[in-house]
Write a protein that binds this ligand. Structure first.
Ligand code: ATP
Ligand code: MG
Length: 315
């Protein structure tokens, strides 16, 4: 089983418009609503690939209830930790004349110290009681409040139960989380550069960054590069994995699809390079669809054979 943590979930409501012009009145042709947040996307990907999953998220107020309802409608088993502050929402305006999205986010959920403790407690409880947990995946940004050590604490708990972790985040919560030595990290290039403190020009600099992460005790550091795939390292070996050229519809959530499929492939006993190929295929399939992690497993399988893997060296 794969557990996902979403510290900062949201309700994502998309207003579909024939065209969008600032300052005008519009009528929607459709409104769609989906449970959002990076760990929720990962859980959706894992479920699509047919592996048991359980999503842990904060949830507050009416939007929190809706989040739970939407997760249940999708058949994603979940534990929601109640927050006094309401779950945040995002309104996405989709201009169907050009396929462009305009996203508006609210100020965000504030999480109290006792609510943070509840999430730690609930996660530890699940790790203790669900004997088949193999991965704990920690995804996305921190909510408002004193949450910067949340991933650090969760990774420490996972170590106690010998559960492997994947950390995919950014900012201070990511920096702190890394100190607990997750098994795998997957920043995109921009997130890696922020962590590194300077730009990572070209393959050599990315490889040096990955090597630094390996030296610090992270066993599988991966940097994702959008349409250029990923570069990863493990036990002195390095790989570049490139997707085929596609026509992207919406690449939001491609990193989450990558992480979900990577964890599924590793759970099923695939090697690290094979699992990286699965991740890249899922990220690519995601970019061809409008809903984050809403692609199908057959789309992923079709792309898999076109994913190019190359072992590379540090020098
Ligand atoms: N335009 C694209 N064409 C082909 N593959 C893509 C494209 N965009 C993303 N991918 C695939 O998905 C993987 C992850 O994408 P990306 O690096 O954009 O992640 P990300 O920035 O973390 O995304 P998010 O945080 O929105 O989930 C890439 O390594 C690649 O394999
Ligand atoms: Mg990402």
């Amino acid at each position: 089983m794969i557990l996902t943590i979403t510290a900062n979930p949201l309700i994502d409501r998309t207003l579909h418009l024939p065209s969008f012009r600032l300052g005008q009145i519009h009528r929607t042709t459709r409104i769609s609503e989906i449970a959002g947040g990076k760990g929720v996307n990962v859980a959706r990907m894992v479920k699509i690939l047919g592996e048991p999953v359980h999503a842990i998220t904060f949830a507050g107020g009416g939007y929190g209830n809706r989040l739970k309802e939407l997760l249940e409608q999708e058949g994603i088993p979940n534990s929601t930790i109640q927050t006094l502050s309401p779950t945040r929402f995002q309104v996405s305006i989709l201009d169907n004349s050009n396929g462009l999205y305009t996203d508006i986010l609210d100020q965000g959920t504030i999480v109290s110290n006792s609510e943070l403790d509840c999430l730690l407690y609930e996660t530890e409880n699940l790790l203790k009681t669900k004997r088949d947990v193999q991965w704990l995946i920690l995804s996305g940004s921190a909510p408002q409040g004193k949450a910067d050590h949340l991933y650090y604490e969760l990774i420490k708990i996972a170590h106690k139960y010998n559960i492997k972790t994947i950390l995919d985040s950014y900012g201070e919560i990511f920096k702190q989380g890394i100190k607990a030595k997750p098994y795998c990290i997957k920043p995109n290039l921009k997130e890696a550069e922020i962590l590194h403190g300077k730009e990572l020009y070209g393959k050599v600099n990315i490889l040096n960054f990955i090597n630094g992460m390996l030296d610090s005790g992270i066993q599988l550091p991966i940097v994702s590069l959008g349409k250029d795939g990923v570069i990863a390292g493990h036990k002195g070996k390095y790989w570049e994995v490139r997707p085929p050229k596609i026509k992207a519809v919406n690449a939001v959530g491609s990193g989450d699809a990558f992480v979900g499929a990577l964890a599924v492939a590793l759970t099923r006993g695939h090697s690290i390079p094979e699992s990286l190929q699965w991740g890249v295929a899922a990220g690519t399939a995601n970019a061809m669809n409008s809903i984050p992690c809403g692609c199908t497993s057959s789309q992923i399988s079709q792309i898999l054979s076109k994913v190019h893997l190359r072992e590379i060296s540090l020098k």
